[in-house]
Design a protein around this ligand. Structure first.
Ligand code: HEC
Ligand code: HEC
Ligand code: HEC
Ligand code: HEC
Ligand code: HEC
Ligand code: HEC
Ligand code: HEC
Ligand code: HEC
Ligand code: HEC
Ligand code: HEC
Length: 316
């Protein structure tokens, strides 16, 4: 969907060995428990190929074959053929010679989250999607690739997730779950809108890991294009303060996801008539009678997001 980065090109296969041994090399210094698995990384004889792994781990082999990671080695004719398992687990010769010695192969459970991330990112750092992962709120809080993904035990076909959305996110973000249970909300629980439509779960350069639309605009314009304008008469806060100055993005007890229970109260937060001799700052007004207090401001000022016809946002 959206500006998803295209499929990983096969081009990187020639670099596979290089990239694996590079990560591996850093590994040696950091993790003595894994030393033997990592010592002679330059020697490709330390790689036995996934057919050998299959001999003893047939279940895992078969499960992996059903996932996009089969492309790493099973694809006929692909350079690097046979490397699949060892691209993630490191060279396996010592492990096999040891009759399955667990201390001689990389076991993800024994890695720190940062080390595990590094292994995945050796292939998955591309484009905007994952480029900022190490600085994300997730990585900073020790949430890593395998908190959300499982190469062997995924519950979803797509993206190898440990749980589908939004349940995946609700496992940790319980406060957000409550917000999406409010009477007015984006229909995330029904699958109409996804958390990841608005957020980059892999981190981004905007606050709250928000995505932007393809035109680098606010995340909301991706779907609510008609609010984007440009309008001849802009309502300034839409432009300057953004949609969330008036709306809650997740859910609200107020219709139209408004932050305030009554439209009039919302408008009057900013539009206060100057009551003294002190000249007021814009926005000013309304200068008109406020006695029609039972009428919503938007009865008359209907095109509140901007208009091409009326500077006070009346209907054309
Ligand atoms: C994309 C990286 C990746 C590839 C490729 C991969 N593994 Fe794994 N492996 C992992 C991770 C991560 C775990 C930890 C469990 C999990 O998250 O699924 C794991 C766990 C395991 C386990 C522990 C038991 C289990 O079921 O969790 C075994 C055994 C294993 N892998 C063998 C293999 C074999 C054999 C292959 C090749 C067919 C392979 N792996 C390919 C990343 C990988
Ligand atoms: C000769 C049989 C044999 C071969 C070949 C073999 N393994 Fe193993 N492997 C084992 C045994 C036995 C264990 C230990 C299982 C245990 O202790 O629960 C093991 C454990 C593992 C583990 C840790 C599982 C865990 O419980 O966390 C991983 C990962 C693993 N093997 C990956 C591989 C990979 C990758 C290959 C191919 C390079 C491979 N193995 C080849 C027999 C083998
Ligand atoms: C907080 C949970 C979470 C974390 C942490 C996470 N992911 Fe994801 N990832 C997801 C979800 C959810 C999707 C599916 C998004 C969708 O369906 O649009 C996804 C999609 C993907 C995809 C497939 C789509 C694409 O963007 O190409 C890849 C590859 C991927 N993640 C790799 C990683 C790697 C590598 C890491 C660690 C550096 C990681 N993810 C960390 C949740 C996570
Ligand atoms: C040696 C390179 C390599 C490593 C290391 C690697 N991957 Fe991948 N990954 C791939 C390739 C190749 C694909 C298939 C991409 C495609 O089809 O475009 C892939 C696809 C994926 C996808 C997308 C599945 C989908 O449905 O589109 C996810 C999620 C993913 N990997 C997660 C991980 C995680 C988590 C790790 C670390 C445990 C990891 N990868 C390590 C090469 C790698
Ligand atoms: C394993 C737990 C876990 C999972 C699963 C998880 N998150 Fe998070 N997330 C965290 C933690 C911890 C933080 C950092 C602390 C915080 O801000 O709550 C965080 C931060 C965030 C932030 C940034 C908040 C901020 O204030 O900057 C967003 C956005 C976010 N997560 C969205 C998601 C989405 C979307 C999903 C599902 C695809 C997801 N998370 C899945 C634990 C998780
Ligand atoms: C319609 C777009 C949209 C969707 C869908 C969405 N979010 Fe958000 N989310 C936002 C915006 C915008 C903010 C920033 C709010 C602000 O700055 O006041 C935010 C803030 C957050 C925060 C930071 C804490 C907070 O409440 O301010 C977390 C965590 C979060 N979202 C998680 C999620 C999760 C988990 C889901 C899915 C269950 C989700 N979001 C779905 C737009 C969205
Ligand atoms: C992925 C598409 C998508 C994105 C992104 C999105 N929305 Fe929505 N929005 C919808 C859909 C679809 C509806 C209709 C909801 C329904 O019928 O349940 C909706 C409804 C609304 C409504 C309520 C309309 C009504 O008539 O009650 C408001 C307000 C709103 N969105 C504001 C926002 C804001 C603010 C953002 C950015 C933070 C945003 N939306 C981002 C798809 C999206
Ligand atoms: C100055 C406050 C304000 C800002 C900023 C604002 N809105 Fe609204 N919006 C409202 C009000 C008030 C309503 C309810 C109008 C009504 O009751 O008829 C509304 C209604 C909506 C609706 C539902 C009715 C419709 O017109 O389609 C959507 C969708 C919506 N806004 C999206 C957005 C988006 C997207 C943005 C950011 C580009 C945004 N709003 C910025 C005040 C605002
Ligand atoms: C976040 C603050 C904010 C909110 C909330 C807000 N406005 Fe505004 N409004 C402004 C600003 C700033 C201007 C531009 C004033 C200027 O240029 O002098 C403006 C301009 C206007 C104008 C045009 C005034 C003129 O002199 O041309 C009208 C009409 C208006 N707003 C009505 C409303 C209504 C009705 C609401 C409630 C639905 C509302 N506004 C909510 C900040 C706000
Ligand atoms: C019955 C229709 C009606 C309602 C309801 C209404 N307005 Fe107005 N508003 C007008 C008219 C008419 C003007 C003058 C337009 C002109 O000068 O062209 C105006 C002008 C304005 C202006 C521009 C500055 C000024 O005073 O000339 C602002 C700001 C404004 N209204 C805000 C509000 C707010 C806030 C509310 C709700 C509390 C509201 N209006 C309710 C009809 C209405």
């Amino acid at each position: 969907m959206y500006f998803r980065i295209g499929k990983l090109p096969f081009l990187f296969f020639p670099f596979l060995l290089v990239s694996v041994s590079h990560v591996q090399a850093r590994h040696v210094q950091q993790n003595t428990a894994q030393t033997s698995a990592a010592t002679q990384t330059k020697d490709s004889k330390q790689y036995v190929g996934s057919e050998t792994c299959k001999g003893c781990h047939e279940d895992v082999y078969k499960a992996t074959e059903q996932t996009p990671h089969y492309k790493m080695g099973f694809q006929p004719g692909a350079p690097g053929k046979g490397l699949n398992c060892e691209a993630c687990h490191g060279p396996g010769a010592a492990h096999v010679e040891g009759g399955g010695d667990k201390s001689k192969i990389i076991v993800f459970e024994n890695l720190s989250m940062a080390e595990a991330n590094k292994r995945c990112l050796s292939c998955h750092t591309y484009g905007n999607e994952h480029a900022n992962f190490t600085r994300s709120a997730h990585a900073s809080n020790d949430i890593g690739c395998i908190s959300c993904h499982s190469p062997h035990h995924a519950k979803t076909q797509r993206a190898l997730l440990v749980e589908k959305q939004p349940q995946l996110c609700y496992q940790c973000h319980t406060e957000v779950k409550a917000e999406f249970s409010r009477p007015y909300r984006h229909r995330v629980n029904q699958g109409l809108v996804q958390c990841t439509d608005c957020h980059n779960e892999h981190g981004g350069f905007l606050p709250k890991q928000l995505r932007t639309s393809a035109a680098q605009d606010q995340v909301c314009f991706k779907c609510h294009t008609e609010k984007k304008g440009p309008f001849v008469f802009e309502h300034l806060p839409v432009e300057t303060e953004g949609c969330v100055s008036c709306h809650t993005p997740h859910g609200s007890t107020n219709p139209r996801l408004l932050r305030v229970s009554q439209v009039n109260l919302l408008c009057l937060q900013c539009h206060t008539l100057a009551m003294s001799n002190v000249p007021s700052q814009p926005p000013i007004g309304p200068a008109h009678n406020q006695a029609q207090k039972y009428q919503a401001c938007t009865m008359c000022h209907a095109f509140i997001h901007g208009s091409n016809f009326s500077e006070v946002f009346f209907k054309p």
